[in-house]
Ligand binder design. Structure first.
Ligand code: PLP
Length: 459
């Protein structure tokens, strides 16, 4: 029998949630153009929209907030965060930002010029948006195994090293101001990257004089997967593994809302003094003074505590076990998912579940509407609505390889019986799957359209 480690905590404070009547759910869907981002949180029973900023902080984090130093400049909280970042990440400099995308915005604003390219395994949507908005080109070079949902490769987030070398040769190193990798690879199913791959990517970038920046949101989950799956790491602590990962890079963008288990916050870290000086300038204009960067002192303290807590191995064992539990139950009920499950979410292969709905009618979006309609569960599409875009030259639509619906699990928030309810709901939808229809866009902005687009069902 599979073992799913129980929670290494008990519950001290509760927040009521409510299953609204189906008539209210239907009305909410119509009012928001079927986009669940527009639905009020109190109209959601189980919120699996994101694992970002939705975790439950520990008593130690709440206690740390009480000693937050709210001085404008040089607060004690800043130095406590600096110590935690230096211990885990090892970079010489950092600036706090209000969240991950702000770190990306600052970095891309400094580094990118129109027409340049930024390779990665797969960029997340906000990273992609920040690159595109500078007139530059995001390039995804993940291994082909990542595109096969049933391939059980242990490190499906790995970069394809030959593709990376060929790409650098093709466009020229002078047109690649930074090279990235996302750990874990959220857009590709929350899949980890191996240390071996990180080391090789680092060598390729560095041989070409390209600074290597890690999108580090889920560094702790990635470190745990390395410990569990990669030869030579079983006796290393997750902290040691994280330290080794970041020793390979020149900097990182971080959304602390993930593995630092806080509700807001992020940072941009680097070794390059020149980049740091420019980042401080940009920060002062947009985020705040470099010792608080758009956050309160108490937030900096909660991040400092959370960065270390997120690396605890009993927590990571439970966390990845919970995700595996949901994935295993889906598979037992013949729901196609991206295998193996990643760290923070289960990704349903909506393209396979709703094989009658083509890319341009957004099968992942259709599943997210059905999960809300049937069970008051909120999820997000990671497919053609999020990533479909016209080819810059031919103007023909380019669709992603996979049409997914992501069920992201907030950290330390839901219990196994909540997950059982999710399994029951999706199984009911699967029984009537042929009746589920596709959607068309009614209105959408140019960038990051999935957040605010309004759609309608195709009758
Ligand atoms: C891989 C990755 N990078 C960057 C971000 C952006 O972080 P934030 O939401 O804090 O702006 C996210 C958020 O989900 C993410 O998953």
């Amino acid at each position: 029998m599979a073992i799913y480690p129980p929670e290494p905590f008990r519950i001290k404070m509760v927040e009521p949630i409510r299953l609204t009547p189906i008539s209210e759910r239907e009305a909410a869907l119509k009012a928001t153009g079927y986009n669940v981002f527009g639905i009020r949180a109190e109209e959601v029973y189980i919120d699996l929209l994101t694992d970002s900023g939705t975790g439950a902080m520990s008593q130690e984090q709440w206690a740390a907030m009480m000693i937050g130093d709210e001085s404008y400049a040089g607060a004690r909280s800043f130095f406590r965060l600096k110590e935690a970042i230096q211990e885990i990440f090892g970079f010489t400099y950092f600036v706090p930002t209000h969240q991950g995308r702000a770190a990306e915005h600052v970095l891309m604003g400094i580094k990118l010029k129109p027409g340049q390219s930024v390779p990665s395994n797969m960029h997340f949507d906000t990273t992609e948006g920040n690159i595109l908005s500078r007139g530059a080109i995001p390039i995804n070079l993940v291994i082909d195994e990542a595109k096969d949902p049933t391939n059980n490769h242990p490190f499906k987030g790995n970069m394809d090293l030959n593709k990376l070398k060929d790409f650098i040769k093709k466009v020229g190193r002078e047109n690649i101001p930074i090279g990235m990798i996302t750990i874990t690879n959220n857009s590709g199913g929350g899949q980890p990257v191996s240390m071996e791959n990180l080391r090789a990517v680092s060598e390729i970038y560095h041989e070409n004089g390209i600074p290597f920046i890690i999108d580090a949101c889920r560094y702790a989950e990635n470190s745990y997967f390395i410990q569990q799956r990669e030869a030579g790491y079983k006796n290393k602590s997750t902290l040691e593994i994280a330290q080794e990962i970041f020793s390979l890079a020149d900097g990182a963008t971080m959304s602390a809302k993930k593995d630092a288990i806080v509700n807001i916050g992020g940072f941009l870290a680097m070794n390059d003094k020149h980049l740091y000086d420019e980042a401080c300038q940009a920060l002062i204009m947009k985020e705040g003074f470099p010792s608080y960067g758009g956050l309160a002192g108490r937030d900096l303290d909660a991040i400092a505590t959370g960065l270390r807590e997120g690396l605890r191995e009993d927590y990571l064992e439970y966390r990845t076990g919970q995700t595996r539990y949901l994935a295993d139950k889906f598979l037992e009920n013949y729901i196609p998912i991206i295998e193996p499950p990643g760290g923070h979410a289960v990704y349903v292969d909506a393209g396979r579940l709703f094989s009658h709905i083509p890319h341009e009618q957004f099968p992942g979006f259709a599943l997210s509407v059905e999960l809300y309609r049937e069970g008051c569960i909120r999820t997000t599409e990671i497919g053609s609505l999020m990533f479909g875009h016209p080819d810059p030259v031919t103007k023909e639509m380019i669709y992603p390889a996979l049409e997914m619906t992501r069920l992201a699990i907030p950290r330390r928030v839901y219990t196994q019986s909540h997950l059982d309810y999710v399994v029951k709901t999706i199984s009911t939808i699967a029984q009537r799957k042929d009746k589920v229809q596709g959607y068309r866009i009614v209105e959408a902005p140019e960038f990051l359209r999935h957040f605010t687009a309004r759609l309608e069902p195709i009758k």
